[in-house]
Design a protein around this ligand. Structure first.
Ligand SMILES: [Zn+2]
Length: 245
């Protein structure tokens, strides 16, 4: 069971890495389920991820109610996190972002599919959630539990989803895993777009075979993720902690 202080440090590091690796900019966020109270989660106050410090981390009930706000303003889209923790006991960390390369895949018929071996972690299919289907004209933000639950339902037992005209959400088994998948979802989208641009002249894009995706996924554990994490900590100027699991 990770200690709360260590997990909060890890969450700050996750925020900084996502910013450094271009997955989030002034917007986007990462949360972790509370290690001692599974019906709560930890998430920063409303602040750009690259600026986040330990004291910004707040605790929320799954319905998005702050446990002790202490004058801090929460993110409007915190319901994404609570709805996923509510629906999925196996989910320990959630990333929501507006990473640029994924956006075109949410607004066209082109589907994101694993195109290289690091991209296998995004899963066989990345479904697209369209807020307009059930909620009509909105500001596109997931600003209540009904919208959060609708998104969680679309994600089902998967780990990734795009959000039409908005961004993406990733559900992970811990902070490092959620960050890892988020980084490679962005990289996969970028590379896939490059390959698709070449298709007209050079033939079809060869995506990973489903069996290859399964084999890579089986091998995506702490051995590989911690290697990336050490490198990303250094790039983000954050200390490397022992893996809190
Ligand atoms: Zn958003």
């Amino acid at each position: 069971m990770p200690k709360l202080d260590d997990l909060i440090e890890e969450l700050v590091t996750g925020n900084r890495i996502l910013a450094r690796e271009g997955v989030v900019d002034s917007f986007g966020h990462i949360s972790v389920r509370h290690p001692d109270h599974p019906q709560r989660y930890l998430l920063s106050r409303s602040r750009a991820p690259d600026c986040i410090e330990k004291d910004d981390i707040m605790e929320f009930a799954l319905d998005g109610t702050p446990i002790d706000a202490g004058g801090r303003a929460p993110y409007l889209e915190r319901y994404i996190h609570g709805a996923l923790y509510e629906a999925r006991p196996d989910v320990i960390s959630v990333v929501h972002n507006h990473s640029e390369s994924v956006i075109p895949f949410g607004v066209t018929a082109a589907k994101i599919k694993p195109i290289f071996h690091m991209g296998a972690s995004i899963g066989h299919e990345v479904p697209v959630w369209d807020s307009h289907d059930h909620f009509g004209d909105t500001a596109l933000l997931v600003e209540n539990m009904a919208m959060g639950r609708d998104l969680a339902k679309l994600i089902g037992s998967g780990g990734t989803a795009l959000m039409r005209g908005h961004g993406a959400t990733v559900a992970g088994r811990n902070i490092r895993h959620a960050v890892y998948v988020s980084v490679y979802l962005e990289v996969n989208a970028r590379l896939q777009k490059q390959a698709m641009d070449m298709v007209a002249d050079l033939g079809e894009v060869k995506y990973l075979h489903p069996g290859e995706v399964d084999k890579v996924a089986e091998r995506t554990g702490s051995y590989g993720i911690n290697r990336a994490w050490e490198n990303w900590c250094r790039r983000a100027g954050r200390p490397l902690q022992a893996d809190p699991g």
